[in-house]
Design a protein. Structure first.
Length: 254
């Protein structure tokens, strides 16, 4: 995984951890609508309700939000998640958690008023990845992935956490990647603080990678500097020799 994506993964996972601690979330499948409704700063509206309020059609709402599923907007400092409640139930849960993630992670999204630059496109891509990670970790927490990994199949996990099989499968693949990178050495099935152990493992892993990249960068800079110094010396020697040869030819008569 690219470093930027790893940083985003950790940022989203930490936000979920913070939320889980604040709200004392223990029940699964997570009642996502209830969690959002209990958040004072966020309001939920269906496409139908939004159409009624604005005296327009559901299609107009979808066109405005550029999505057939859901979008979020801010009006007078209030955050709204507007969603299409006719969506397949498990997908709807993920979509709501995804939009909630955008709000909780203070994403800037795309502005309608300016031309998109390459930087904007990259930022939006990372924000989408972060929102997906947030949704995935909120609905199917990292520590529970670890806990159930040997006991449950993908369809059973999808059923228990009310997520799609593809979401369950991606979540378990990420766990495999973390196990492959040494998670097993720090985490134990018996401990209670699995979530924070998991997060600190991700933190350390990322820190190690950053330090490694910094050291490579330093080495490269040193190498470049040395090469440049060598080059400068060689160039000086060559010029000196040229001048000496010139002197030899022109002033000594040889
Ligand atoms: Zn999104």
């Amino acid at each position: 995984m690219q470093l930027k994506y790893e940083q985003s993964f950790l940022r989203a996972a930490k936000k979920v951890q913070q939320l889980t601690n604040e709200k004392d979330i223990e029940k699964f499948p997570l009642p996502i609508k209830q969690v959002i409704k209990e958040d004072d700063g966020v309001f939920l509206l269906t496409y139908k309700q939004t159409a009624e309020i604005n005296k327009c059609t559901i299609n107009d709402v979808a066109r405005f939000g550029k999505s057939n599923e859901a979008f979020h907007i801010q009006i007078n400092g209030m955050n709204f998640i507007i969603y299409n409640d006719e969506m397949y139930y498990k997908r709807l849960r993920f979509t709501l958690a995804h939009e909630y993630g955008h709000l909780k992670l203070n994403h800037s999204g795309t502005s309608l008023n300016h031309t998109k630059t390459f930087r904007d496109t990259m930022r939006v891509k990372l924000e989408e990845y972060e929102a997906n990670t947030f949704a995935s970790c909120l609905l199917f927490p990292l520590n529970l992935r670890y806990k159930y990994r040997d006991y449950m199949s993908i369809p059973e996990i999808a059923d228990l956490f009310q997520i799609s099989e593809s979401a369950a499968s991606i979540a378990m693949k990420i766990l495999d990647e973390h196990l492959h990178n040494g998670l097993e050495e720090v985490i134990s099935v018996y401990e209670h603080e699995q979530f924070s152990t998991y997060i600190s493992y991700l933190d350390e892993l990322l820190q190690d990678k950053i330090e490694y990249l910094q050291s490579i960068n330093e080495e490269y800079t040193n190498w470049f500097h040395e090469e440049y110094e060598n080059y400068k010396q060689e160039e000086q020697d060559r010029m000196y020799k040229e001048v000496m040869d010139f002197n030899l030819i022109h002033f000594t008569g040889y």
